[in-house]
Design a binder for this molecule. Sequence first.
Ligand SMILES: C[S@@+](CC[C@H](N)C(=O)[O-])C[C@H]1O[C@@H](n2cnc3c(N)ncnc32)[C@H](O)[C@@H]1O
Length: 262
Amino acid sequence: MMRRMTFGIRMLGGLLAASLGLGCAPLMVETEGHQVFNPDYRGFLTWAPRDWWQEPDAVVRALGLQDGDVVADVGAGNGYFVERLSSAVGPDGRVYATDVQAVMVRDLEVRVQESALANVEVVHSGFADPTLPQDCCDVVFFANVYKEISDRVPYVERLRPVLRSDGRVVVLGFRSDVHGPGPPSGARLAAAQVVDEFARAGFRLLRRDDFLSRQYLLVFGVADIPTPESQSDALSSARQNSAGESVPTALRAASTPEVNAP
Ligand SMILES: C[S@@+](CC[C@H](N)C(=O)[O-])C[C@H]1O[C@@H](n2cnc3c(N)ncnc32)[C@H](O)[C@@H]1O
């Protein structure tokens, strides 16, 4: 049954792409020296069947946002998550919806205006710089974006001053061992690699959620002042696991009780 649905979605995708004349266009394009998602395909980002595998309500719930919180949707594209984030933080909260591509920024602005999202600010960000105010955010969210960042460890280091105390960075990405909608398997980042890169940038894994059939959701916080031993244990454990999808045991053990709560 599931297989038939997946096949149907792929077929529909193929037909739509063909009808739009996109059959041969690459999924990624070079912009200012960086490989980014081809904006010609942006219609697929907000195409209704995505909800079936993306489960956007469950994803936004997993961010743990409260009324009045501030969240950055980095690489928001044409705004698939924006309305949900806007209502999750409420009128006293704020959403920064950022992107590096002018066409995405324009789409975001139109969407924000048409949906009258008064608490959303659109930001044309830099490739190597999140372009967010200091100490602004309770959550910085990367939905299907993190792998597009060129020089990731220094980028993640730049997130530290952006986060409020107890702030979290959440990375949603495609599992490299599952096929289906999303980038080809060679263009996916294993969760263990993401954890390793964040550890190198001074973050620790607080939680991994696997409620989505195709994707992992990783929640990071700034590491407490790391001892040389804890850093090297965490890194060696992450590297040993880098071929697979399992999250390093040493990092799981570092989870705090409150973030492990269901
Ligand atoms: C696959 S799309 C995902 C869009 C959206 N997050 C979603 O889930 O629908 C990736 C987006 O990330 C943007 N992007 C790539 N590199 C970026 C960077 N360094 N900073 C911010 N956005 C970036 C691209 O322009 C593109 O719009």
